[in-house]
Each structure stands twice: as C-alpha cells, then as structure tokens.
Design a protein. Structure first.
Length: 344
C-alpha cells in the first residue's frame, strides 16, 4: 500500500480478472488498511438488486478513476476526455442497467446530426464500451451490448487534401529559419507531434536515421513529452534523407524550439509558426497535408505498402492502403488523359 502525494492511501487488487484500485483518506496506514479491506470485501460481495441500481454517471466516474490510473494525463486529455464528458452528461439521469440499445442508437444519431465525423463517433462508442465493460465486470449490468451497436450510416470522414504542386515547390525549396519545419516534414513524413519532440539525441548522422520514440501532447498551450509514440508501430527509425541532412541547422536539445532547444514549442508558438509560413508564402498547406504528400512521394519512389507503412508509423495497414488507392486512382486518371491525347 502506498500513500499518494495528495495524502490518499492506495492499494491495488485483482477482482474478477480486473485490476482495481482502492483509496482511503484515513490519516494513518493502519486505519487506511482497515478501511480498504472493508472496501475490498464489499467489492467481492454480490450486490442485491437494489444495491446494483446505479446511476450511469456514478459508474462512469468509477471507470474514469481506474482509467486515469492506467494512462498518462496527456493521453487521457487528448484521446478520451471530451467524449467521456459528453457521454456522461447525456446519460446522467439514467440508471445504467436501464439503458437499452435504442438509447445508445439515439445518442449516436444525435452525434451524426451535429456533424461529428466517423472517427469522433467511434471514440464515443469506444468510451461507452469501456464503461459498460467495467459495469459488467462489477455486476452493475447483466451484459455489455455496446460492441453490437452499429454506427449510423453516412458519417463523414475528414477528407485528405493534397498540397498543390505550387505548395509542394514552396515546401521543398525553402528551408531557412522557420521554413525548415515544413521542409523537414515534407521530406520525413513525420506527424507534427513527433517532429516537435525530436532532440539532437534522436539523430544518427552516421547511418542517416531518425529515431522516433516519443511525441508531444499539448494540454491547452503547454507541451508535454510522452515517451511513447501514438501506437506501437510509431516506434521506428526513419531515413534521414540527404536533402534534409544537408540543410540541417546545428542545434542542441529540441530541434524545433523558441528558446535555443531547452523546451519544445507550445501550442500557440506552433500555431503562429504555421500562420506565418502560410502568409509568407501565400499557401494553405498544413503539416498533416505535408505528411500525406510524403506518402505520395514514397509511393512514387516505388516503396511497397509495408515499407511505406513502416516509415509513416501506421498501426493499421488499411490506412496506408487507402493512401495507395487514392494515389492509384489519380495515376489512372492521368494515364487515361495521356491515352486520350494520343492518336494512332
């Protein structure tokens, strides 16, 4: 048993195959031990029908406490917080075991009416699934039906927009000062969160490799370094192309920084850099669009799907295949145009 910085005593125990955390505000370890033992006995006791009736919001808060112990604060804030808050508010007045599939379907349909994207709705379903799974393991509900709920049809995907040829020319010919960030992204295909986390220790100039092992997650304006990539596939070594190595500025600490490498860019500093770049060159290309452009560059360089997937750090090969399909469609259209112009 450990005492946290906030004064609470904490003890963990596996119950029904689930790791659970118990807390006590008692002032001494001995009293806290007794308090937590009482909580554990209660957790093992099958509740009566009346005791089992719990509000969804209460169960959600229990799940939140467990989930936040498992995740870095920055990951919780970015991945789950908004969806969790919305789900909890919507079902606040419901007893959790009274919630029916039609209630979940109505909630999902409401997200569609509010123009939420496919990915966003999937996140809400994911949060609901985790809460209901927690409720099932703790005997608050008899089953978890969330995985069987279908998402509304016609949810929109945010379209990938490729930079124009003119925008790519700007990105690949300007590298002085702040322009180097966009030049770097165009020739590496990194996520902006990965690029902003790079330090001089991540570059192997002898073998021309960049070690991707962390990312920046912004909590509000504040940058937080998370020592793991977006996915397990995100940990990788990507090529440091000659075009980048030859233009690399001398630096120590963070490559992209406003204080000589001591700290990474804040959210507002990055936003202002992007805004200045777009105004300076009269373009609208974003860092993510440059990443998509690099994927096209990789395909045109005849890298296969697995090679492209590795460099981009996609955990799901279907993401890479979708990019391939877009590029292939474009090439087919260009091929047809050439044939139409040709005369026997």
């Amino acid at each position: 048993m450990k005492q946290r910085a906030d004064g609470r005593w904490r003890k963990s125990k596996v119950i029904n195959g689930k790791l659970m955390y118990f807390y006590s505000l008692e002032p001494t370890e001995k009293r806290a031990e007794k308090d937590i033992e009482r909580q554990i006995i209660k957790a093992f006791t099958i509740p009566t029908e009346e005791e089992r009736k719990k509000k969804f919001s209460a169960v959600a808060e229990e799940w939140e406490a467990v989930k936040r112990e498992e995740l870095p604060e920055a990951t919780w804030a970015k991945a789950y917080k908004a969806a969790y808050t919305r789900v909890k508010e919507y079902f606040e007045s419901f007893f959790i075991d009274d919630i029916q599939p039609k209630d979940i379907d109505l909630f999902m349909s409401g997200l569609k009416r509010l123009k939420y994207s496919l990915k966003n709705v999937q996140t809400h379903k994911c949060v609901l699934n985790m809460i209901f799974n927690y409720a099932f393991l703790n005997n608050y509900v008899k089953s978890n039906f969330i995985p069987y709920i279908k998402l509304p049809s016609g949810l929109t995907k945010k379209p990938r927009k490729m930079p124009s040829d003119e925008e790519m020319k700007v990105a690949t010919t300007n590298y002085e000062g702040e322009d180097f960030l966009f030049y770097f992204l165009a020739y590496t295909g990194l996520r902006i969160s990965e690029a902003c986390a790079l330090t001089d220790k991540d570059f192997d100039l002898k073998s021309n490799r960049i070690n991707i092992n962390k990312k920046i997650v912004w909590l509000g304006n504040r940058p937080n370094v998370v020592n793991q990539p977006k996915t397990s596939a995100g940990a990788r070594n990507v090529p440091l192309l000659n075009a980048v190595a030859e233009k690399m500025p001398k630096f120590k600490g963070y490559l992209f920084s406003r204080d000589g490498g001591k700290t990474p860019l804040t959210k507002s500093q990055l936003a202002h850099m992007i805004e200045r770049y777009q105004k300076r060159h009269n373009v609208s290309a974003t860092p993510h669009q440059l990443r998509h452009a690099f994927a096209t560059f990789a395909v045109e360089a005849e890298l296969n799907i697995k090679e492209t997937q590795y460099i981009l750090g996609h955990s799901d090969i279907h993401t890479t295949m979708n990019i391939y399909a877009e590029i292939t469609d474009k090439k087919q259209a260009e091929l047809a145009e050439k044939l139409n112009k040709h005369k026997y």
